[in-house]
Design a binder for this molecule. Structure first.
Ligand SMILES: Cc1cc2nc3c(=O)[nH]c(=O)nc-3n(C[C@H](O)[C@H](O)[C@H](O)COP(=O)(O)O)c2cc1C
Length: 184
C-alpha cells in the first residue's frame, strides 16, 4: 500500500499512540507512516516517542503561519488516512469546514474517504454537537468508528467514547480497506 497518514489529536488516549503506531507499522511494513500531531496532541505525546519507530515520520504540529508544512505534500501518495484518536474539537472543525492547523488542512485536502476513531468521555460523545458532527462526517463519506471494546484511558471504564483496543482498530482498518459496510 501507499503512504499512511495518521492524524493524532490531543486526548488522554494520545498517550497510548506509540504502542498503537508500532502495531500499525508491523502490519503495514511496506507503507511509510506520516504522523500529523495537533498542537494539543503534543501536550500529551512527545514527537520523539513516535519519530524513532522505523518508517515513521512526524510532520506536525504546524500552526498555520509558523512552520508551513505543505499539506499537499503530506497527503500526496497517501493510500490510507486515519485519525486516531479524534477529539470532539477536531470532528467539529472538519465537519464545519474549518482547517486551521496542519491536520485539519490535510484532512480536507485528501479527497478519498478517511477513517476516524473518536475518543472522548461518553457525555461529550453523546452531546448533540458531537453527534451532529459525526453524522455530518458520515454523510460526507468518512468512516467514523465508535469503540466498543476499548478502555477509557481517563476513567478505566469501557464504553462509548473509549479508545478502541488495537485489535479493534486493525479489524476496522481491514474492513475499511476492503470497502465493507459501516460496522460501527
Ligand atoms: C487531560 C485532558 C484530557 C482530554 N481528553 C480529551 C478526550 O479524550 N477527547 C476529547 O475530545 N478532548 C479531550 N480533551 C480536550 C482536547 O484536548 C481539546 O479539545 C483540544 O483543543 C483538542 O485539540 P485538537 O483537536 O486540535 O487535538 C482533553 C483535555 C485535557 C486537558
Amino acid at each position: 500500500m501507499k503512504k499512511i497518514v495518521l492524524g493524532v489529536c490531543g486526548s488522554l488516549a494520545s498517550t497510548a499512540m506509540p504502542a498503537y503506531v508500532y502495531v500499525l507499522k508491523s502490519k503495514f511494513k511496506e507503507s511509510p507512516i506520516s504522523v500529523v500531531l495537533t498542537e494539543s496532541a503534543r501536550y500529551f505525546l512527545s514527537e520523539g516517542a513516535l519519530a524513532h519507530i522505523p518508517g515513521v515520520v512526524v510532520v506536525g504540529p504546524d500552526p498555520l503561519g509558523k512552520i508551513r508544512v505543505n499539506h499537499s505534500e503530506v497527503v500526496k501518495d497517501c493510500g490510507l488516512f486515519i485519525v486516531l484518536p479524534a477529539t470532539g474539537n477536531f470532528i467539529g472543525k472538519v465537519a464545519n469546514g474549518i482547517a486551521d492547523d496542519l491536520l485539519t488542512t490535510c484532512f480536507m485536502a485528501y479527497r478519498s474517504p478517511k477513517i476516524v476513531f473518536p475518543a472522548m468521555n461518553s457525555d461529550m460523545l453523546a452531546s448533540r454537537y458531537v453527534q451532529k458532527n459525526i453524522e455530518t462526517l458520515r454523510s460526507f463519506g468518512e468512516r467514523v468508528v465508535l469503540g466498543g471494546n476499548g478502555i477509557s484511558v481517563a476513567t478505566g471504564e469501557s464504553g462509548p467514547g473509549a479508545l478502541p483496543d488495537v485489535r479493534e482498530i486493525l479489524d476496522n482498518i481491514d474492513l475499511f480497506i476492503a470497502g465493507e459496510e459501516d460496522i460501527s
